[in-house]
Design a protein around this ligand. Structure first.
Ligand code: S3P
Length: 195
């Protein structure tokens, strides 16, 4: 059923300047699903940096990692991010490791409002254990690997994000509505004349 959106909420999202909504966060946080939901309710286009990399490489992420290694994937990820620099009114989903490349946080922040989607570790693991598309978790102990990635990356997400939303519970729609409320508050605080 189509979801009724309060038009002022949507139209006041970052009217001037870089007004994109950028989702960062660990694997399993729901970045792509929430981006799709945001796209639907805001009537904005959404892109996913993982998909941009896959299109550019003409190969799935597992193959890029296997053939060229993680460093090569990270270079492609940064190039994908740079390609979005002039875009407006986009919802951008990103890969979980995008914050690990030092060039990326300023690029992410320059795009608009950076939203860190987070969830309880157990919930993340349950979600990512459902498939084997993530090369970094193809280890003898993926649970421990996820834990260590989260520990290493938490400070990077913290310093990059403008706002944070927990996705452990609730539907994608509920999370998307929470994201919109926080993003709107962020843009209003950046430009108080519009609040
Ligand atoms: C990665 C997360 C993946 C993908 C790649 C590396 C990571 O994206 O970019 O497998 O380093 O955490 P998702 O967060 O969409 O799973």
């Amino acid at each position: 059923m189509p979801h009724a959106v309060n038009p002022p909420v949507v139209s006041s999202l970052g009217a001037g300047g870089a007004d994109n909504i950028v989702l960062i966060g660990p694997m399993g946080a729901g970045k792509s699903s929430v981006a799709r939901e945001l796209s639907r309710i805001c009537r904005r286009r959404w892109v996913d940096t993982d998909r941009l990399v896959v299109q550019q490489a003409g190969a799935p992420i597992t193959e890029i990692f296997a053939a060229h290694g993680e460093a090569h994937f990270r270079q492609m990820e940064t190039a994908a991010l740079r390609s979005l620099a002039e875009q407006r009114r986009l919802i951008v989903a990103t890969g979980g490791g995008i914050v690990t490349e030092p060039a990326n946080p300023p690029l992410l922040q320059a795009l608009g409002c950076v939203v860190w989607l987070t969830a309880d570790e157990e919930v993340l693991y349950e979600r990512v254990a459902r498939n084997d598309r993530r090369p970094l978790l193809q280890t003898t102990d993926p649970r421990a690997t996820l834990h260590s990635l989260l520990e290493t990356r938490r400070p990077l997400y913290t310093s990059c994000a403008h706002v944070t939303v927990d996705t452990s519970t609730g539907s994608h729609l509920h999370v998307a509505e929470t994201v919109l409320a926080r993003v709107r508050a962020f843009f209003d605080s950046r430009d108080p004349a519009r609040a």
